[in-house]
Design a protein around this ligand. Structure first.
Ligand code: ZN
Ligand code: ZN
Length: 232
């Protein structure tokens, strides 16, 4: 699979030259995952899959737009465009895209996507804390996991809503490595939080070292990064 990382900046003020755009991943130039910037619509994708309706993943929740392609989402939006709620695998050309529920927010639903083509599998998550055990079998044999770089400290920032008892926030990068390392050899972080921008080079080194400690190769995403998963 050919992956283009379009945007690696989280929902924060800070920015850096290679980390300026909000979330977006393009698979083989044909399928978009998250549309954090309006420009991503001009790339010629056939369909888009949204992890959750926060504006850094779905620009149109704060800036309504007419979008002329199938748009899949964990839930309907109050604004335009109309979305197709995804609960079952969807096929786009040679790809099968399977939604996997994730924990992230109390106000919006969130899902990760398992993207499969022939024998190859890639997992893309938006912001997240955890995936329930019952779904972990779907992660097995992932060539690459692309996930949330919001927080580097172990434990991240996880809170509990007092009305619903639901957890919300972001896991820490070490927690996400622990979660995904049994299922993949390669983890790419994007959606960086403010910790990353204090010293981009040092932060990238720190990420790679965390991977080494835990026996996985960590890739540090940047805007415009191209990856051929077959050569990882
Ligand atoms: Zn986000
Ligand atoms: Zn979010």
């Amino acid at each position: 699979m050919h992956i283009t990382i379009l945007g690696t900046r989280g929902e924060i003020e800070q920015s850096a030259p290679s980390h300026a755009n909000h979330s977006g991943v393009l698979v083989n130039g044909t399928i978009l995952f998250d549309v954090g910037e309006r420009d991503y619509l001009d790339l010629g994708a056939e369909a888009a899959f949204i992890t959750h309706l926060h504006p850094d993943h779905a620009f149109f929740v704060t800036d309504p737009a007419a979008i002329d392609m199938p748009l899949y989402s964990p839930e309907q939006s109050e604004n335009d465009p109309p979305l197709t709620v995804i609960t079952e695998p969807v096929t786009v050309g040679p790809y099968t895209v399977t939604p996997i529920p994730t924990h992230h927010s109390v106000k919006v639903k969130s899902i990760a996507y398992c993207i499969e083509k022939a024998e190859e599998k890639v997992l893309y998550t938006g912001d997240m804390i955890w995936i329930n055990k019952e779904y972990h079998h779907l992660l097995e044999g992932s060539r690459l996991v692309i996930t949330d770089g919001s927080l580097v400290r172990k434990g991240g920032r996880v809170m509990r809503d007092k009305d619903t008892g639901k957890i919300y926030g972001h896991a820490g990068i070490p927690d996400l490595i622990d979660l995904f390392a049994p299922y993949t050899e390669h983890i790419l972080f994007m959606h960086f939080g403010s910790w990353f921008f204090k010293d981009v080079e040092a932060s990238a080194d720190r990420l790679r070292a965390l991977g080494e400690e835990k026996g996985v190769s960590v890739l540090v995403g940047y805007d415009g990064m191209e990856i051929e998963t077959g050569s990882l």
